[in-house]
Each structure stands twice: as C-alpha cells, then as structure tokens.
Design a protein around this ligand. Structure first.
Ligand code: SF4
Ligand code: MG
Length: 325
C-alpha cells in the first residue's frame, strides 16, 4: 500500500466553504505472505476506510494498492480481487442474507464464480466443519436461528469459500462475549495455519491485537503514526499517542503503572484536522515545531519499528529528540 489517500467532501454551512474529511491520508505499509498485521486506533482514525479501500469497496483518491505485483482495481480485476481477498465485518448479520440458509450463504460466492450447485453445497458443508459447526446441525438453519458467535463462524466460512489468501477482519470479534471471542480467535489462528492465510486484523482492542498480530500499525486521524513488530511497539512505544493508548489499557497488574500522562480529550474532528503533527492538540510533549510541519515516519531500529514524531527524529529540533547517531 503506497500513499493511499481518501478524502470525503462534506458540505459546509451557509457561511463556510466546503470542508474535507481526511479519512485516510498518505498511508503506506506492506503485508507479507503469512503475516498477521494489526491496525489499531480510536474510532474514526481510518482503520475501516483503509480496509474498504484495499477491498475496493470504495475507490481511492490516490495512491496504489499492489497485490502480488498487480494494482487493485486496475491490473487485478474485481473478480480476481474477490478470490484473492475477503473481509469479515463486526456485524455478523450484515453480510448474511436472512432468506438464505447457512449452507446457501456459504455456497453463494463459489456459485457466482462458476461452481456447480452440488459442489458448492458440499464445499459449504466441509467449511462448516472447519469452523467448528456440525453441518448436520447448522447447514439448513437461518442466520437468526443461531448465536452471534456461530454467525461469525459462518461468516468466516463464507469468507474462506473462495480460497482467498488475504482475509481482512474488521472488528470481527469485537461484538462477541469474551469467552466466545477467545474461541473465535483461536479458530482464526488454526485456520490461518491450515489454509496458509494472511490476515489484516483491525481492532480497537489492544490485548486482542497483541495476541494475534506479528506487526501492528497505529493510526491517528487518517495517518499511520507508528508501525513495527507488535512486541517492540508494545514494550517500547515511540509515539506519544501509542504510549497514551497503551497506558489507557486496563492492566491486570495494579503495580504496573506507567508515567505516561493519560491522553486528554476526544480526538479532534477529522474534518480539517490539526496542522503539522495531528496529535499536537493532545500531546503532552508538543512544542511549537510540532504544529508547523508533519513529522514523517522514521526508522527507530533495524527491525522495522517506525514512528512519526519529532521526538523519534534525530536533529529535528524537538527538545527531547534523540541525539544524532
Ligand atoms: Fe507530540 Fe510533537 Fe511528537 Fe506530535 S511530533 S507526537 S506533537 S512530540
Ligand atoms: Mg471501524
């Protein structure tokens, strides 16, 4: 993903000009085959819009999305894209047709892609077994007749029916009870191994992201502010926003207090976001330079850990910036 950008125009009121929501702004990252990459950030930070752009459910303004050497929506046709990538959403009802049985729902995609009805139904039953639902019990039920956790298992089976290589999970376990969530997470880990999948895992739940991800992107108001191997980012966060997010996590250990000041206020409106570093209105370390120009992602180590903060950029002029190497 290179320089991915999506802005939404919003109508101003009588006295103001048209404004722009900078939903995704110059976002770049990569996902290697077999990896699980997490995206975290508060609601409205651009996580879901990024996912929808990757799936070509909306068109990007600029930037490129390259899948296996082919540009999504250009060299890679939508039909090929649906075979390459599938998505599971938070709302387990939303992607299931209430008038189709579970077997019919799972068989639907393969049939659209040319599989015979009997083969598609057989595949659906096989996939039900793979997601832990006995086909004899579940195949002929309707979505409203099963629990939320079972419906999400059906959605996972549905996503796998076209044999995708990348599965995008957008808050896919967030609506589930904690015990059900743990079961579905373990199922995702097992399926990844069995089918050789790659995941993009979007969640506001930092514990879940740490559990499942190899690398993580932290987004704030449409931009990536930190990325790297999940353990490095969690153990030594470099961006004050990441520090604040992690410090705000409920800790199971009462002695495990950090000195990071809690994050203040709600995220600013993504319509006409703050100048320079977009976090400067909430950052305890903000200095005048932070409001003037946007800090670029800068490598912190050789492990791919990067942060977009003047404190992580040697020679930036920030009073806390590390000395030049
Ligand atoms: Fe805070 Fe400045 Fe770093 Fe932005 S660039 S996170 S305002 S210290
Ligand atoms: Mg979202």
């Amino acid at each position: 993903v290179n320089g991915l950008t999506k802005h939404f125009p919003v109508r101003g009121d009588l006295f103001s000009k048209r404004k722009t929501v900078r939903a995704v702004d110059d976002v770049s990252f990569s996902i290697a085959k077999g990896e699980t990459v997490g995206i975290v950030g508060e609601s409205g930070c651009g996580k879901s819009t990024t996912a929808r752009l990757l799936m070509h459910l909306m068109t990007r303004d600029s930037g490129d999305i390259i899948y296996d050497g082919m540009s999504v929506g250009r060299a890679l046709s939508l039909r090929e894209l649906r075979r390459a990538m599938q998505m599971v959403f938070q709302d387990s009802y939303a992607s299931l047709n209430p008038r189709l049985t579970i077997e019919e729902s799972i068989a639907f995609g393969p049939k659209v892609h040319g599989m015979a009805d009997s083969a598609a139904r057989a595949l659906a039953r096989e996939l039900l077994g793979k997601v832990g639902l006995r086909p004899e019990t579940f195949a002929n039920r309707y979505p409203h007749e099963i629990s939320g956790g079972q419906r999400q298992r059906v959605n996972i089976a549905r996503a796998l029916a076209l044999s995708p290589r990348l599965v995008i999970l957008d808050e896919a376990v967030s609506a589930l009870d904690k015990s059900v969530e743990a079961q579905v997470l373990n199922l995702l880990v097992d399926l990844k191994r069995e089918f050789g999948l790659t995941y993009l895992f979007i969640s506001h739940d930092l514990n879940v992201v740490r559990y499942i991800s190899d690398r993580v992107l932290v987004m704030y108001l449409g931009e990536v502010v930190e990325l790297g191997p999940v353990d490095q980012v969690w153990d030594a966060p470099a961006h004050p926003y990441t520090k604040a997010l992690l410090a705000a996590m409920p800790s199971s250990d009462p002695d495990n207090r950090t000195e990071t000041p809690p994050i203040s206020g709600d995220p600013p409106n993504p319509i006409d976001p703050p100048s320079g570093c977009r976090f400067h209105t909430r950052c305890p370390y903000a200095e005048p330079l932070c409001a003037n120009a946007t800090p670029k992602l800068n490598h912190i180590d050789r492990m791919g850990h990067q942060a977009a903060c003047y404190m992580a950029i040697p020679g930036s002029g920030h009073s806390r910036a590390p000395a030049k190497e």
